[in-house]
Each structure stands twice: as structure tokens, then as C-alpha cells.
Write a protein that binds this ligand. Structure first.
Ligand code: CP
Length: 294
């Protein structure tokens, strides 16, 4: 699974149902193997994929930059062909540049799951977020319809792969998504229906969103400067004065003191940030199982 665009409504419903019943998946993929190839730092995604694969009973290999033959100058694609030759069934890949995902998709013949692709996509984070939103907003019989759900996404939209996958998914499901971009942003095929951006945090709050989704500055992807600032930094900071009923989300890692004023917000009753992290394992178990069902 390289893109959230590959998933239709039934796929998302299946993944959500598998995640809901994740304990039943334990041991289901015994005898299968996965290589976790994280060529860019990660805490939540890497560790939740690792725990998910363990619970599924899979054999797990780890591939990174410093401790692999990449360090000796091996070509990227050749390294991944070696992973295929060794006998892995699946690669979970995070890398800073999208070209590698496209090359591998053409040149190797094993399953690839996108665990964060440059500034382009982070589909499993979008699925974790979708699952978390459903948990929060579903009716007592488990029915959830995102149509009309008001979601404000605030921060460095341009460089955020999380924002792109999530905005695409929410728009496809009929949610009402608006953004408060911290920097000027470029149009992108993932950023659908985002006319009428907000300029101030107060406008976001006055809109009475169901969810305020905060993003950190993706400094590691900036080429020097991120582009013109719309306003000073604190125009984009979520503080206690903005907690007026909306649920607060953030994919992590949070830069405390930057986009979120302090850690009290993370632990506030309206915050879903820890739930997002807690849902990582079950959703990634579901994604892996579904990949093996194809
Ligand atoms: N949300 C997310 O991708 O976090 P990590 O970088 O810690 O994996």
C-alpha cells in the first residue's frame, strides 16, 4: 500500500473492522516475514509496526541506513533487491524521498507498505487518525458517517505528508475540511477542496470545528526557509484559550512550546493525541493482514 488513494470505502471499512477485532489477528501471519526499513527517524510508526508484526506472529528484520550495506555505498535499489532475495515477504518503508517508493514498486516483487514517504504521503497515519475519529464520533451502535464533520488542520501543510493523506481521506468521506496554513502552500493533488483557508487561530475556533488537528514544522524537509510566513509563530500555537469543545489531534511528535503551548494540552480531556498513539498497533496489524489478503 503506497497511497491512501488506493483504498476505497470498503477497504477502509475492512481495515477499521480488523483493527477493532485486532486481538483475533494474533498469530495470524506466523511463518510470514516483514522487513522494517526505516531510513528516516521514527518512534510511533516504527515501534507500532514492530509490535503489530510481533503480535501477528511474523518474523521481523530491521534495515536502517547506518547499520546496513548502504553505509558501504550499496545502491538503494540493489539493497532492497537483496532484502527480496533473502526471502522477506513484505517491506515497511520510510524514506525522505518519493522516488525510492516508485522505483521499488517497479523493480521488486514483494509487498511494500508506505510508512512515510517524503513530504508526499503517510497513509497508515491517516488510517490511525480515521480510526481514532470514528471511535470518538460514532454512534452507540458503532455507526459513523464523516459527512459534515468539521475538521480544521493547522500548521505546516506544505511539507506534511500526514496532512496530505488525511485531508484526502477526510474529503473522500465527505468531511468539511479547512486549513490554517502557517506558510504559503502549493497546490497538490492530495489537497482537495481547501478553498477559503483561515488566517488566524481565532477564526478556527469561531468556526466551531469538531476537531482541530495540529501539525509541527517539518523543518527537516525545508530547503533553508519554509516559504513566506503568513504571520508570526504564535498565531499558529494552540493554547488553553482555544479549547472550546473541539477535539484536539496531532500525529506526533509534538514540539511543545511551538505548535502546542504546553504538555497540559496533550493530556487535556479534549485531546485525542495519546489515543492516536495507542491506536497505532491495532491499525497497523489490520493494514498488514489486509496486505497479505490481497
Ligand atoms: N506520526 C509519526 O509518523 O510519528 P513518528 O515519526 O514518530 O513515526
Amino acid at each position: 500500500m503506497l497511497s491512501i488513494k488506493e483504498l476505497d470505502y470498503m477497504d477502509i471499512t475492512d481495515i477499521t473492522a480488523l483493527a477493532q477485532a485486532h486481538n483475533c489477528l494474533n498469530g495470524k501471519l506466523a511463518g510470514s516475514s516483514v522487513c522494517l526499513a526505516f531510513l528516516e527517524p521514527s518512534t510511533r510508526t516504527q515501534l507500532s509496526f514492530s509490535l503489530a508484526a510481533q503480535q501477528l506472529g511474523m518474523d521481523i528484520g530491521y534495515f536502517d541506513r547506518k547499520n546496513s550495506a548502504l553505509e558501504k555505498g550499496e545502491d538503494f535499489v540493489e539493497s532492497f533487491k537483496a532484502i527480496e532475495d533473502i526471502g522477506f515477504d513484505c517491506i515497511v518503508l520510510r524514506y525522505s524521498y518519493s522516488w525510492l517508493f516508485e522505483e521499488l514498486n517497479e523493480k521488486i516483487d514483494i509487498k511494500i507498505i508506505n510508512a512515510g514517504d517524503g513530504e508526499r504521503e503517510h497513509p497508515t497515519q491517516a488510517l490511525v487518525d480515521w480510526y481514532t475519529i470514528k471511535q470518538e464520533f460514532q454512534s452507540s451502535n458503532g455507526y459513523f458517517d464523516a459527512a459534515g464533520l468539521k475538521v480544521a488542520i493547522v500548521g505546516d501543510i506544505n511539507y506534511s505528508r500526514v496532512a496530505k493523506s488525511l485531508i484526502y481521506l477526510l474529503n473522500e468521506r465527505g468531511a468539511n475540511v479547512r486549513i490554517l496554513p502557517k506558510y504559503t502552500f502549493e497546490s497538490d493533488s492530495m489537497l482537495l477542496n481547501i478553498d477559503n483557508p483561515f488566517k488566524y487561530m481565532d477564526e478556527v475556533v469561531d468556526w466551531k470545528p469538531d476537531i482541530i488537528y495540529m501539525l509541527r514544522d517539518q523543518k527537516e524537509r525545508w530547503d533553508g526557509q519554509p516559504g513566506p510566513y503568513f504571520y508570526a509563530d504564535d498565531h499558529f500555537q494552540l493554547g488553553p484559550e482555544h479549547l472550546q469543545g473541539a477535539k484536539i489531534m496531532h500525529p506526533g511528535p509534538v514540539n511543545i512550546g511551538s505548535e502546542i503551548v504546553n504538555s497540559d494540552i496533550i493530556d487535556h480531556p479534549d485531546s485525542l493525541i495519546r489515543k492516536q498513539a495507542r491506536n497505532g498497533v491495532r491499525v497497523r496489524k489490520a493494514v498488514i493482514v489486509r496486505e497479505f489478503q490481497k
